[in-house]
Design a protein around this ligand. Structure first.
Ligand code: FE2
Ligand code: FE2
Length: 374
């Protein structure tokens, strides 16, 4: 496996490590630090050390955060606030029809999309900088930015990592958090909030300006996005606590425990916003896709009702315990591969190269092999 690292930054990190290593531990410490596969046992900062497993967990998170950033960037170019806080956005026009449809769900959608994008940038940038500070390799997916951009007004014409134009959106996160008797960690499955989105392929951004001429059609695209936002951030919400259970270094644990809940804050917002996509009058029928229906869940039963957005207490660890309000799932076994496979099943990687899948799978496998204390 060949990692695509940025040599200049990596060597800077190594030099900086060597300087600090000499200062605190002398030459012997440096020798001990440079272990197999470039994963140092001794850290650059203080006396804390990263295990190979810690590095693998940070690397898969850096990769998945880079992927998240790529997709949020596309949403932001078309439906977010255009400012210079996010690289490459200043001067962007946005897409008026798409933005309007998103604002039908909530007037503040452009702000939330912008801020979620900003957060994802910070997640992968921080994780990579931390890896470099420890003499470990950062993750750079630039070679895989090969997928086409939307042709709609507002989208930059650059290579993308993700495809938001042919999604198959799992909307079962909606019912998973409403159930008071089931938990995915017990093998339970959950019905779809919008069954039509979980089959076939659906754009979550306008593919071209032709997608913006019918108000019901662009509303259906915005509604698809609203459920996709929840899917993405729900994934991160589970991934961090799942992987944290196998971290060894306390500072790395602190990183996971500090970034993870920001994913949950995103998820909670999107969970609320998606409610408007399944409530009148914006639970539209798409005239161009008569088989895509957004049901009216505004007054549905408790397993579906739109405003029941707080996690319902449910079974956890053992059925003998009292029900508890929790993130679900948090099973640590296979968590990284599960997140990657979830993104793949979502259609995010339609059109990606075999090399991309191989690279990501290897990162996930390495992270899933990490053992606490190992
Ligand atoms: Fe993130
Ligand atoms: Fe996220």
């Amino acid at each position: 496996m060949e990692y695509n690292v940025q040599p200049s930054k990596k060597s800077t990190g190594r030099r900086s490590f060597l300087r600090k290593g000499l200062a605190v531990g002398g030459a012997g410490a440096i020798g001990a630090a440079l272990v197999v596969k470039g994963f140092p046992a001794l850290a650059a900062h203080g006396s804390s050390s990263l295990t190979q497993g810690d590095v693998a967990i940070l690397r898969v998170l850096a990769a998945l955060e880079t992927i998240e950033t790529d997709l949020w960037q596309q949403y932001n170019e078309l439906g977010g606030i255009q400012d210079n806080e996010i690289p490459g956005v200043l001067g962007g026009s946005g897409n008026a029809a798409y933005t309007k449809a998103l604002q039908n769900l909530d007037m503040d959608m452009p702000q939330y999309i912008h801020d979620n994008t900003d957060d994802e940038f910070s997640h992968f940038t921080f994780l990579n900088a931390y890896l470099v500070s420890k003499g470990a390799e950062q993750v750079n997916l630039d070679q895989f930015r090969t997928l086409p951009s939307s042709q709609a007004t507002g989208a930059r014409q650059i290579g993308r990592l993700t495809n938001l134009m042919q999604l198959t959106v799992d909307t079962s996160w909606w019912t998973r958090y409403r159930s008071d008797a089931k938990n995915p960690d017990f093998g339970d499955t959950f019905p779809q909030a919008v069954p039509d989105l979980a089959e076939g392929q659906h754009p979550a951004i306008p593919r071209s300006d032709a997608d913006t001429t019918s108000t019901d059609h662009i509303q259906a695209i915005a509604n698809t996005a609203a459920f996709h936002f929840g899917f993405i951030e729900e994934n991160g919400t589970s991934l961090y606590p799942a992987l944290a259970q196998r971290v060894t270094n306390r500072e790395v644990l602190r990183i996971l425990l500090s970034i993870g809940p920001s994913e949950t804050m995103h998820f909670q917002v999107w969970h609320d916003k998606a409610g408007a996509a399944v409530s009148p009058p914006f639970n539209v029928k798409d005239p161009q896709k008569p088989d895509l229906v957004f049901p009216d869940l505004s007054a549905a039963n408790d397993d579906f009702k739109a405003n029941l957005i707080m996690p319902e207490p449910t079974i956890f660890l053992s059925r003998t315990f009292p029900k508890v309000s929790i993130i679900r799932p948090t099973e640590t076994e296979g968590a990284a591969m599960g997140a990657f496979n979830g993104f793949a099943a979502d259609g995010l990687f339609r059109g990606q190269s075999p090399a991309f899948f191989a690279f990501l799978r290897e990162l996930a496998e390495q992270a899933d092999a990490a053992q606490h204390g190992g």
